[in-house]
Design a protein around this ligand. Structure first.
Ligand SMILES: Nc1nc2c(ncn2[C@@H]2O[C@H](COP(=O)(O)OP(=O)(O)OP(=O)(O)O)[C@@H](O)[C@H]2O)c(=O)[nH]1
Ligand SMILES: [Mg+2]
Length: 328
């Protein structure tokens, strides 16, 4: 028995022995690897754990494929935003705080093993958040990257109170770059020199802000992290930071809400369409129905037009909150 194994490790091992399913076993092995003291005396044991994790993961993945489980979350709502970051940074807690989803939350790493979506309400629309398993050097499932590539945006969650938040950030960004995923500030152009990569607009969230009431950790981490992403401190225990976050997500998606109305009838203010910023009346018609765009004769707009109900051209650019009456 190698020296210097901690009670934390022995507890993890006990949990492993008690685990009933292969999913649970995998989580326990990952936990054992995360908490095992990293020194020469445990190298063999670390290697052994890694081998067992790899084998079990392989089996589970083959099993999932056979059963036809899809690990790419189907986009819903006004946009899809993924929660990414190192283990234990608070991703699942944010999903739980912002949506009705009930993910597993744990004060140990590798709690989340599958993607989980939830809908975050903002005004009268819903933004889809997708919680993902953590990104780490030890191991990372390929479906994590598939989900990030397909998303409209990402929230990179870092805990400034972790052992090394700067390394957490760099590690995540490096692994993503290896997978040809580039996180860029929302609204910024995709840099030319990165052909073959996918750019995903992202915010950098500093989680667990309630644990840093004086803001010292936040200030220090902000200073040390070399990033061009906008930084937002958040806490699941501070409603204001969460509300601000959903508003920022809406801005990040670069969309507007427009309502439609039929001639002679009141507008449908229940369910707005969401269209990209800069969309015209014609774009809206095309989104509603292909035939609609082809046959579009005129439109009246309440809101961004000079006066309410003004007849506008097909190339009239819509604004958030506009009501549009399309006439064939
Ligand atoms: N005080 C405080 N604790 C938090 C906050 N957010 C998360 N935590 C705690 O941090 C721990 C990790 O939270 P999770 O949400 O499971 O973290 P995760 O990033 O999903 O972890 P993995 O799934 O392992 O990658 C839990 O003990 C949470 O209760 C927060 O805003 N404030
Ligand atoms: Mg989680």
């Amino acid at each position: 028995m190698p020296a210097n194994l901690t009670p934390e490790y022995f507890n993890a091992e006990k949990a492993y022995k008690a685990a009933q399913t292969e999913d649970e076993k995998l989580a326990c092995l990952q936990h054992m690897l995360a908490v095992i003291p990293k020194h020469k005396g445990t190298e063999k044991l670390q290697a052994d754990l890694k081998r067992r994790i790899a084998m079990l993961k392989d089996r589970l993945e083959r099993h999932a494929k056979k059963k036809g489980i899809s690990y790419r979350v189907k986009p819903e709502g006004a946009g899809q935003i993924v929660l990414i970051g190192p283990p234990n940074s608070g991703k699942s807690s944010l999903l739980a705080a912002l949506t009705h989803a009930e993910p597993e939350i744990g004060d140990y790493p590798f709690t989340t093993r599958e993607p989980m979506p939830g809908m975050a309400p903002y005004k009268d629309i819903q933004i889809q958040l997708v919680d993902l398993p953590p990104i780490s050097r030890e191991h990372c499932e390929s479906f994590v990257f598939d989900n990030i590539r397909g998303a409209d945006g990402a929230l990179l969650v870092i805990d400034p109170g972790s052992t090394d938040p700067v390394d957490d950030y760099q590690m995540t960004v490096e692994i993503l770059q290896e997978k040809k995923i580039l996180l860029i500030p929302p609204g910024e152009e995709f840099p030319d020199a990165n052909e073959g990569s996918v750019a995903v607009p992202a915010l950098l969230l500093f989680s667990k802000n309630d644990l840093d009431p004086e803001g010292e950790l936040t200030a220090l981490t902000r200073e040390l992290i070399d990033t061009n992403l906008p930084i937002r401190p958040v806490s699941i225990h501070n409603r204001a930071t969460l509300d601000e976050l959903t508003a920022t997500l809406f801005g990040m998606l670069r969309i507007i809400r427009v309502y439609t109305k039929q001639p002679g009838k009141p507008p449908d203010l229940e369910a707005p369409f969401t269209v990209p910023i800069g969309a015209t009346v014609l774009d809206l018609a095309g989104i509603i129905h292909k035939d609609f765009a082809e046959g579009l004769k005129s439109a009246r707009v309440w809101g961004s037009a000079k006066f309410d109900g003004q007849v506008v051209q097909r190339d009239h650019v819509l604004q958030d909150g506009d009501i549009v009456e399309l006439t064939m």
